[in-house]
Design a protein around this ligand. Structure first.
Ligand code: CTP
Ligand code: MG
Length: 229
């Protein structure tokens, strides 16, 4: 099934405390946005890519993404993540009815194999996302005290890309906006309709770059890999 990627890069990156939005910061000499886009370029299940960026960065994003042959659009995002997703969905090709993958440009080290696994799973079952198991024991905390210890085997951290049959995600987004729900990921919109979302194994390399220490971690991972190559 043909698959469309929506690359989200319209956030401000406040927790990074940098002079520019984090998708435009370099990692191993390449902006995060370009690295993420090249992973989708390399994934055989992906036909087309739309990048969602801050309004003021449209020209720069188009320049950065020049080498990406699957790129079909650079569009301006909105104030919340879910507004940016909606902008991306609005710019899908007319009558598109394949699978759409929504991905954080802030996860630049995503592997093409994970992208293809999410596409495959979403086209079979309707909705899929990568989830990474937790290593720490997890507590529910209330007012500075432990309320309970949760069963870690049932918990995991949601990653992107999250994949959906296009009509399913568009319908779920319409419902979420109508009901004024705040979404922290795309799967949430589909879950609240009672639809099944299938889990594929997440990847530790696919960590989200949120704070300066995440960028330092990614830089040293790339250096290590270069030294080994
Ligand atoms: N994002 C977006 N539009 C928004 C908010 C977020 O496209 N209005 C994107 C970000 O660019 C990022 C991804 O969603 O690739 C994950 O969000 P997050 O890590 O929270 O990034 P930022 O919102 O940029 O960072 P912060 O929350 O620290 O400001
Ligand atoms: Mg944010």
């Amino acid at each position: 099934m043909e698959s469309l990627a929506v690359l989200l890069a319209a956030g401000r990156g406040e927790r990074m405390h940098a002079a520019r939005p984090k998708a435009f910061l370099p990692l191993g000499g390449q902006p995060l946005l370009l690295r993420a886009a090249l992973a989708f370029e390399a994934a055989s299940s992906i036909r087309a890519i739309i990048a969602v960026v801050p309004d003021a960065m449209m020209d720069e994003a188009a320049r950065i993404l020049c080498p990406v042959r699957k790129l079909i659009g650079v569009v301006a995002g909105g104030p919340r993540r879910q507004d940016s997703v909606l902008e991306g969905l609005r710019h899908a090709p007319e009558r598109f009815d394949g699978v759409v993958l929504v991905h954080d440009a802030a996860r630049p080290l995503v592997e093409p194999a994970l992208i293809d696994a999410v596409t495959r799973c979403a086209s079979e079952s309707g909705a899929a996302l990568p989830v990474l198991g937790l290593v720490d024991t997890v507590k529910r905390v209330r007012q500075g005290c432990v309320a309970e210890t949760l069963d870690r085997s049932e918990l995991g951290a949601a990653q992107t890309p999250q994949g959906f049959r296009f009509g399913l995600l568009v319908g779920a987004y319409e419902a979420a906006f109508r009901d004024r729900v705040t979404l922290t990921d795309e799967a949430m919109a589909v879950e609240r309709l009672g639809e099944r979302v299938v889990v594929v194994p997440g990847s530790s390399r696919n960590r989200k770059i949120t704070e300066p220490e995440d960028l330092a971690w990614a830089e040293s991972l790339l250096k290590e890999e270069e030294a080994r190559a």
